[in-house]
Ligand binder design. Structure first.
Ligand SMILES: Nc1ncnc2c1ncn2[C@@H]1O[C@H](COP(=O)(O)OP(=O)(O)OP(=O)(O)O)[C@@H](O)[C@H]1O
Length: 477
């Protein structure tokens, strides 16, 4: 891909964003939204009627508690059932054996407790392993096994006899790089001679050394330094380049610039694999321009959300009201584990401090913390030592903690221009409902603006109202 094609693609993307924003503003100004009613802590189904008239008042928080409890009990055989349901993203026709994985990788997969591939694994693996190598842009819902899919591709791809880096995988955050590296290590447990290195902040190598690790996983800034400044990696020898959370990697300015600079050094013909749960239309077009002749796996809009995640919103008056609502929900948060998303670091710190003052034990993870602090918080959360994690968008993507049954959007996700950030919404709620598990997402709505945001999200995915009404049918107590 030439520098020009990146630049041209970026222009098109920015133009598309502008028209999208304009159309959103038209809707916003159209006065479609009824006034926000103020019933702090009441869980209201995400119905089209947002405040007056026939809204169903579910004031008893116990209802959500009961729903979560029941769902957790029912979680047990959910995966097996879904993997036999042709409409599920976990369904596959083939077995792992039929995907022709090397025996040591098959052993690794089964050792992780995977019985059958998911749809994305079944479809993407043959494309990623084909000869001659083929590029791929792939979209699949959150928690459906994308990480496992490209990890298997990298482990299959390396030639162990060659003692240099052959696969490069970049992702947007430190936590995600660590987590994905751990998946590769687990999956490659029976391929001990395949080596992996982490190009992440704080991992310092001796100057002048040449990496012999076959796979390098990391964040774009450090990977770039390792390729250009320190020359630990010879980028000309890379034959597989993976971008996870590819939409942010190619559309967010900082990541994009670094990804371009890394990509420019790779040899022509290096296989490119792009994965994400979301690709906004303009970003998809951008991806198609930067990846030569790609295979494509793309979801329809209505397939993007998972039926297993039930979504609600709560009407509140102001920040303090949201806090009261959250405390009322607290019993539900700690049944399994919960993640609470705030818009800013300041708000996350405020919320964590107030919850702690109320006697609740919570973890706090936000971008200004040191990498050691961040690693420590996420490890404690993974181990269940903290059942509730208060965080920002830094944890919205990719983090895989299977016990998370509830996501709370204390602040709804918004773009810089104040419009709904639909992609981040999907990633945030996707921290629950991992690989067929049931999950709940509760959105705090406290102003006309946030009601507008929830309405935009609801319209975008056409999902909130339908799921909530279904819930009422099934869970009425
Ligand atoms: N074939 C499988 N069988 C059983 N469990 C699986 C399988 N593939 C992946 N998993 C598990 O499902 C969970 C989600 O997988 P993974 O993290 O790969 O999803 P993802 O699509 O990358 O998610 P995200 O979009 O959030 O990044 C993980 O805990 C993983 O171990």
């Amino acid at each position: 891909m030439s520098e020009d094609s990146w630049a041209q693609a970026v222009d098109i993307q920015e133009a598309a964003n502008t028209s999208q924003i304009e159309s959103m503003l038209t809707v916003f100004n159209g006065g479609m939204f009824p006034p926000v009613s103020t019933c702090a802590g009441n869980i209201v189904p995400g119905n089209n009627d947002h405040g007056d008239g026939d809204e169903v008042d579910l004031a008893e928080q116990s209802l959500l508690n009961k729903m979560i409890r029941r769902s957790l009990v029912r979680n047990r055989n959910q995966v097996e059932v879904l993997q036999r349901d042709p409409t599920s993203p976990l369904y596959s026709v083939k077995t792992f054996e039929e995907l022709r994985l090397k025996p040591e990788l098959l052993k690794g997969v089964y050792n992780m407790g995977f019985n059958r591939p998911s749809r994305i694994q079944e479809n993407a693996l043959p494309m990623m392993l084909a000869q001659p190598p083929q590029n791929l842009i792939a979209q699949s819902q959150s928690g459906t096994g994308k990480t496992a899919a490209f990890s298997l591709a990298m482990l299959s791809h390396v030639n162990r006899a060659n003692k240099w880096t052959q696969c490069l995988c970049i992702l947007p955050t430190y936590e995600l790089a660590l987590q994905t590296g751990q998946v590769i290590e687990q999956m490659g447990k029976f391929c001990p001679d395949v080596k992996l290195a982490y190009a992440i902040r704080g991992n310092r190598l001796e100057r002048g050394m040449k990496l012999q690790d076959h796979i390098v996983i990391g964040t774009p800034g450090t990977v770039l330094d390792w390729c250009t400044k320190y020359k630990f990696i010879d980028p000309k020898k890379i034959t597989m380049f993976v971008l996870d959370e590819a939409d942010v990697m190619i559309a967010t300015q900082g990541h994009r610039d670094q990804s371009i600079r890394i990509h420019r050094q790779l040899p022509k013909g290096c296989q490119m694999l792009l994965f994400s749960a979301t690709f906004e239309d303009s970003v998809w077009r951008l991806a198609e321009q930067v990846v030569p002749d790609p295979n494509i796996i793309r979801l329809k809009r209505e397939e993007e959300t998972l039926d297993t995640i039930k979504q609600f919103f709560v009407l509140c008056k102001e920040k303090e009201d949201k806090f009261t609502a959250l405390c009322n929900l607290y019993g539900s948060l700690t049944i399994a584990q919960a993640m609470i998303f705030c818009h800013t670091r300041k708000m996350a710190a405020w919320l964590a401090a107030h919850l702690t003052k109320e006697g609740h034990q919570v973890g706090l993870l936000s971008g200004e913390m040191t990498v050691e602090q961040r690693a420590n918080v996420i490890e404690r959360f993974r181990d269940g030592r903290e059942k509730v994690l208060v965080t920002t968008n830094v944890c919205s993507r990719g983090i895989d903690v299977e016990q998370v049954s509830l996501v709370v959007n204390f602040d709804l996700p918004v773009n810089m221009d104040g419009s709904a950030d639909n992609e981040t919404y999907l990633h945030r709620i996707g921290r629950t409902g991992r690989f067929g598990r049931r999950g709940f997402a509760v959105n705090m709505v406290e102003s006309k603006h946030s009601m507008d945001i929830i309405k935009q999200i609801e319209m975008h995915f056409s999902i909130l109202a339908k799921l909530a009404l279904d819930d009422l049918k099934h869970f009425k107590v």
